[in-house]
Ligand binder design. Structure first.
Ligand code: IPE
Ligand code: IPE
Ligand code: MG
Length: 259
């Protein structure tokens, strides 16, 4: 490591050109993983947390700069109260137990999603995790908790309306950048790759604005089984994709112009 470098600094990682800077994951299939084995759903969530820890290490290792993990959606409140409180407890324990190690690994932690519905102690933990790791320079780990895109965009709309009503912003000044800057993901690049495990092929209210041009990779692997090979396979699939952003791929440009 050269002078001034810290563990996990991106300059250390070779061949990162082919690795997307921001990978987001819809971690799905914990319940089915447990059901297949005759375990209670909670066991699936526990094993899911192990997969999360593994994935954080693997992603940092592979040179991913931002890793966003969908942990609890605004719709997940519809689950039985016992499951909801188990999932809350899991986040609490994750922050309490893993924060020191994440910090030592130079990981910056951010939590996106609505904060006002969280228990006060959980909110304080989350704020503490962010404050403690704010100046770290390695991978940014973004936990989407009580997150829903519609909720996030609605909060932005409310804030912009209040600013406009108070004369702090002119309606004409509301552009895409003004919206992006007020999303929970402000100052983060959009994800180039969104992975969903467990074979489901829907977005479930995740990063609707930010993933406008993301590549989606759906894998049948259930989240507790997601490992290094599964992550590398998703990255390989991403590299095979052609991203066009509404334009044309290079070789066909001229044929269209001539038509
Ligand atoms: C993902 O696993 C974890 C959360 C949504 C919190 P699920 O709990 O959705 O697992 P399945 O979809 O029932 O298998
Ligand atoms: C999406 O999974 C939310 C998370 C992974 C946290 P769900 O299991 O809640 O999604 P649906 O209900 O199958 O769409
Ligand atoms: Mg599910």
């Amino acid at each position: 490591m050269s002078a001034g470098q810290r563990p996990g600094d991106h300059a250390q990682v070779p061949s990162q050109a082919q690795v997307p800077s921001h990978v987001a994951v819809i971690m799905d299939g914990n319940g089915r993983w447990a059901q297949l084995r005759g375990f209670p759903r909670q066991e699936g969530h526990r094993r899911g947390l192990e997969a999360l820890r593994r994935t954080v290490k693997n992603a940092a290792d592979l040179g991913i700069e931002f890793l966003t993990l969908y942990s609890f959606s605004t719709e997940n409140w519809r689950r039985p109260a016992t499951e909801v409180s188990f999932l809350m407890g899991l986040l609490r324990r994750f922050v309490e137990k893993d924060l020191a190690e994440l910090d030592a690994s130079n990981v910056r932690v951010r939590i996106i999603g609505g904060r006002s519905d969280l228990a006060p102690d959980l909110r304080m933990l989350v704020e503490h995790a962010e404050a403690m790791t704010r100046d770290n320079t390695g991978m940014t780990l973004v936990i989407a908790f009580n997150y829903g895109s519609r909720d996030e965009i609605t909060r932005v709309a409310r804030q912009l309306a209040a600013d406009a009503a108070a004369g702090r912003i002119a309606p004409d000044a509301i552009d895409e950048a003004a919206i992006s800057a007020r999303l929970d993901t402000a100052e983060m690049p959009d994800p180039q790759l969104v992975i969903r495990t467990s074979g489901e092929t829907r977005i479930s209210n995740f990063l609707l604005w930010q993933a406008a041009y993301a590549e989606f990779v759906f894998t049948p692997v259930l989240w507790p089984d997601f490992d290094r090979a599964a992550l590398e396979e998703a990255l390989a699939e991403y590299r095979r994709r052609e991203r066009r952003f509404g334009g044309l791929s290079e070789p066909t440009d001229r044929s269209v112009g001539a038509a």
